[in-house]
Design a protein around this ligand. Sequence first.
Ligand SMILES: C[S@@+](CC[C@H](N)C(=O)[O-])C[C@H]1O[C@@H](n2cnc3c(N)ncnc32)[C@H](O)[C@@H]1O
Length: 318
Amino acid sequence: MPRISPKLARLARESSLLLPPLLRANKTIDSAKQELRWIQQELPKNKWKSAIRERSQLIPLQYILGSQPFGSLDIHCRPGVLIPRWETEEWVTELADAFGKRKNTTNNGKLSNSLNVIDACTGTGCIPLLLHSDLLSKGVCSNVTGFDISLEAYKLSCENLAIYESSRDISDNGKVSFKHVDIFSHDLLEQLEVTSRSVDLITSNPPYIPLQDYKSSVDFNGTSRSVRLHEPALALVGENEFYETLITKLVLPTKAKAFVFELGYEEQAQRVKELLFPFKKWKVKRYTDSAGNIRCVLGWIRGSNMSVLDNITRTTEM
Ligand SMILES: C[S@@+](CC[C@H](N)C(=O)[O-])C[C@H]1O[C@@H](n2cnc3c(N)ncnc32)[C@H](O)[C@@H]1O
């Protein structure tokens, strides 16, 4: 954590006596002021002091305020479940945009050709909910099932679903559902009940930080102190085993036609490419986020209707 200079502390005090403790979690006075505004806007006055104290202990603001904006949605957050990130929001939005170009309606105006999606390691449920919502706004109907090993995540995703459903009528336009399932279960497909229905697309933002990087202090690859102290290691620490299982236990046996997996390292994208190398019909690309970092590996069956994924921007050949 950077040390706070006396000058910075004085400037903060001059602005508001509530501001100096927020400097522990913020690099600049401007970002501390922004946080103070959010705390004052979103919490009752009698909660301000405790919120500021918690923030000075580096508790993420989203856990203190209880939610995180994610595209057009407000996703409820609480300790024990990973906070949705802007990088994930960005690729989910781009994915929905790509499918939006494949709009399809029947004569009576109802949506047809619904897209069947499985989201592995779903956490708060942010990916299924935003994908369903964005697709619907583009006239594309989808059925999205998210699953997670964590009971806290499962319960929170169901709560987020209840909030989502209470704010709109989605009865005729597919549905979102969540399950409490371990991706490494021997009967994964039975638990997901996907044996009898077709799957178009698998999405996932699995744990992908190698243990060594997770443990190292804040440096080039190291995890930030606030994340390490307050977000669940179960959601963060993982290596190739997740990508290997996603391909061999989900994509291939369900005959899914496309996938998008978030990742943090080029080697993870290469491992996915390697696993699909024997299957010549698969086209695999990497996706870079708007900050210029490798963020996803995606693939589709050549010539299938999932080739729309090629419309996603900032993808490169592998
Ligand atoms: C990086 S977080 C992503 C959460 C959410 N998809 C998002 O983008 O915010 C990874 C998630 O994987 C879940 N997870 C970890 N191990 C798992 C397993 N064996 N099976 C299913 N989910 C698992 C964690 O509980 C966590 O919610």
